[in-house]
Structures are given as C-alpha cells and as structure tokens.
Design a protein. Structure first.
Length: 80
C-alpha cells in the first residue's frame, strides 16, 4: 500500500454536512468517502483522456488536407 499523506482544502459547510450524512449512511468515515470519490474522479478523467487521444488519432488518420479537399470539391462541381 502506498504511503498516506494528509491534505486539506476548503469546501462549503453544506457539502461537508452532505458528505458526513453519506458517510454515516454507509457506516464509513469521511476520509473513506473522500478517498473513494477522488479515486473515481481520477479513473473517470483517465478514461476521458484515453477517449480524447483515440479520437485525435482517428482524426489525424482520417484528415484530408485543405488543398486536397478543395480539388475534390472542384471536381464535384464540374461533374454536375
């Protein structure tokens, strides 16, 4: 297990109350709920980054240069 570190940050008091209510309903402490939330947030963002990178790679692969597109459009207009 990795070494634990203590951090602090400010959040609205009503959010803390909701957090504590959730922790109590789960029979967990506030730290457990916060750790779970941060881990889920990081996993979700990692997933989004992978999707963005995949889409960028696909875009580069399927990209048609401007000059080539202009030629294609010109040919299509002449074919009418």
């Amino acid at each position: 297990m990795s070494m634990l570190k203590t951090i602090s940050f400010r959040i609205p008091s009503d959010t803390v109350e909701s957090l504590d209510e959730l922790a109590e309903s789960m029979d967990r402490d506030r730290s457990h709920v916060l750790n779970e939330a941060v881990e889920n947030y990081l996993r979700l963002n990692e997933h989004h980054i992978k999707l963005i990178k995949r889409a960028c790679a696909r875009g580069k692969r399927d990209f048609v240069p401007d000059a080539e597109m202009k030629k294609l459009i010109a040919r299509m207009r002449r074919a009418k």
